[in-house]
Design a protein around this ligand. Structure first.
Ligand code: NAD
Length: 359
C-alpha cells in the first residue's frame, strides 16, 4: 500500500534547448524586469557567451560582475549586493556554474531581485531555494523561496566544450542529489520518480560524453538530468551525505563537486539498505545490481577522483571530521555514531570500493 506523503513542487519556468541562450532577453521581458535594469553575473570560463548575451540584452543591460568564487565568500556577496544597488538592478541574469548562481542568490536573499539562471554545469543550484555563504571558512546555508530562480534557461551549446574533468565531477555532484533524495526525512514518491529519472539521464549522458565531449544530445541529457537532480534536492533537502560534504568543503577547503564523488559511494553503502524499494529502482536506472559499487565503478570509469586523499585531505583530518560530525548528532535512516562515521570517512579518504555491509 502507498504510504501517505507530502510533496512540495517549486515554481520555476524551465526552457531547455540548443540555442536557448537567444531567448534570455524575451525571458527578461516576460518577468517585466525593464530597461537598464539587468545585472549580469558571469563565470569567467563562459566570458565569450556572456559577451554575446550582454549584446543581446541591449538596453536592458545595467551592469556586470565577472568575479565569481566557489562557496560565495561573504565579502564577494557584499560587493555584489552593493553593485546591484549602484546600477539600480531590478533583476539578475546569472550565467555559469553553481558559483555564479550562488552569487546571484546572495543578492536575491537581501533584495528579493528575481533571478534568471543560465547554468553551464550540472550542480543543480538553479532549481533550489538553497543559498550558501562562507565567512572565515565556515559555510552557512539556508533555504528561502526568494532565492529560487524564477526562470532557468538550459542551453547545451554552452556546456558542450565543458572540460571532461569539470563535467565528470559536476555529474557526480548531480548524482549525489538524486541518490540522497531517496533517504532524507522529506523523501516522497514524487521526488523519487524525479530522482530516478534524473540519475538515468545523467548516466546516459555521462557515458556518451566520455567518448565525445561535444555530443550535443548527451549534453542536453546531462542538463535535463541536472534539472531533475536539482529539483529532487529542492524537495527532499539534504541528508548525511551533503552535510558531510559541506563540512569537508568548509573546514578543509576541498573542491565541492569532487568531494561528492569520493563520499557518495561510501554513504550509499551505509544508507541504501534502509530504502530497499528506491534502491532497486535506482539500480535499474543505473544498470547495476549494487547501488554503492555501481556508483563507485561509474566514477572510476569517468576518471573522477574517488578518494579524499587525492583531493589533499590527510587521514588525521578524516578522523577529525568524523569526530566533529558525530558531535552534531546527525539524523539518518541508519543511526550513526563516531565509529561508523570514521569508517565511512576513512574509506572515502582511501577510496576503497564500497563492498560488503557496514559493521
Ligand atoms: P563552479 O560554478 O565553481 O564551476 C566549476 C568550474 O567550472 C569553474 O572552474 C568554472 O569556471 C568552470 N566552468 C563553468 N562553466 C564552464 C563552461 N561552460 N566551460 C568551461 N568551464 C566552465 O562550480 P559548480 O560545480 O558548478 O558549483 C559548485 C558550487 O555550487 C558550490 O559552491 C556549491 O556549494 C554550490 N551548489 C549549490 C547548490 C544549491 O542548491 N544552493 C546546489 C549545488 C551546488
Amino acid at each position: 500500500m502507498l504510504e501517505g506523503f507530502v510533496h512540495v513542487g517549486l515554481p520555476s519556468r524551465i526552457v531547455l534547448g540548443a540555442g536557448a541562450l537567444d531567448r534570455v532577453p524575451d525571458e527578461v521581458d516576460l518577468l517585466g524586469i525593464g530597461i537598464g535594469k539587468v545585472l549580469l553575473i558571469a563565470t569567467k570560463a563562459v566570458r565569450g557567451d556572456a559577451d554575446l548575451l550582454e549584446v543581446a540584452l541591449g538596453d536592458r543591460f545595467a551592469g556586470r560582475i565577472d568575479e565569481v568564487r566557489q562557496h560565495v565568500p561573504a565579502e564577494r556577496a557584499e560587493a555584489a549586493r552593493a553593485k546591484a544597488i549602484e546600477v539600480g538592478a531590478h533583476g539578475i541574469v546569472a550565467i555559469g556554474g553553481g558559483s555564479a548562481i550562488g552569487l546571484a542568490k546572495a543578492i536575491a536573499l537581501t533584495s528579493g531581485l528575481p533571478i534568471i539562471a543560465v547554468p553551464t554545469t550540472y550542480a543543480g543550484s538553479e532549481m533550489t531555494p538553497v543559498w550558501g555563504q562562507t565567512t572565515d571558512g565556515d559555510k552557512a546555508t539556508g533555504t528561502d523561496p526568494i532565492v529560487l530562480p524564477k526562470t532557468v534557461v538550459y542551453d547545451p551549446l554552452l556546456s558542450h566544450r565543458l572540460p571532461l574533468k569539470v563535467t565528470t565531477a559536476s555529474v557526480a555532484n548531480a548524482l549525489a542529489h538524486c541518490v540522497e533524495a531517496l533517504w532524507t526525512p522529506k523523501a516522497d514518491p514524487i521526488t523519487e520518480v524525479t530522482a530516478v529519472e534524473g540519475a538515468r539521464a545523467l548516466r546516459e549522458g555521462l557515458l556518451v560524453v566520455l567518448g565525445n565531449r561535444s555530443d550535443l544530445e548527451a549534453r542536453s541529457n546531462l542538463l535535463y538530468g541536472a534539472c531533475l537532480a536539482g529539483s529532487a534536492l529542492a524537495s527532499a533537502g539534504t541528508g548525511l551525505h551533503h552535510k558531510l560534504c559541506h563540512l569537508l568543503g568548509g573546514a578543509y577547503n576541498l573542491p565541492h563537486a569532487e568531494t561528492h564523488a569520493a563520499v557518495l559511494p561510501q554513504v550509499t553503502r551505509l544508507n541504501a539498505p534502509a530504502v530497499p524499494r528506491a534502491k532497486a529502482r535506482l539500480e535499474a536506472a543505473l544498470e547495476t545490481d549494487d547501488l554503492a559499487t555501481g556508483l563507485f565503478d561509474l566514477f572510476v570509469k569517468s576518471g573522477v577522483p574517488t578518494s579524499l586523499r587525492e583531493l589533499g585531505l590527510t587521514e588525521q583530518q578524516a578522523v577529525e571530521a568524523a569526530r566533529k560530525f558525530a558531535a552534531s548528532k546527525p539524523d539518518n535512516p541508519v543511526p550513526v555514531d563516531e565509529e561508523i562515521l570514521t569508517e565511512v570517512l576513512i574509506r572515502a579518504w582511501a577510496g576503497e570500493r564500497p563492498e560488503g555491509v557496514v559493521r
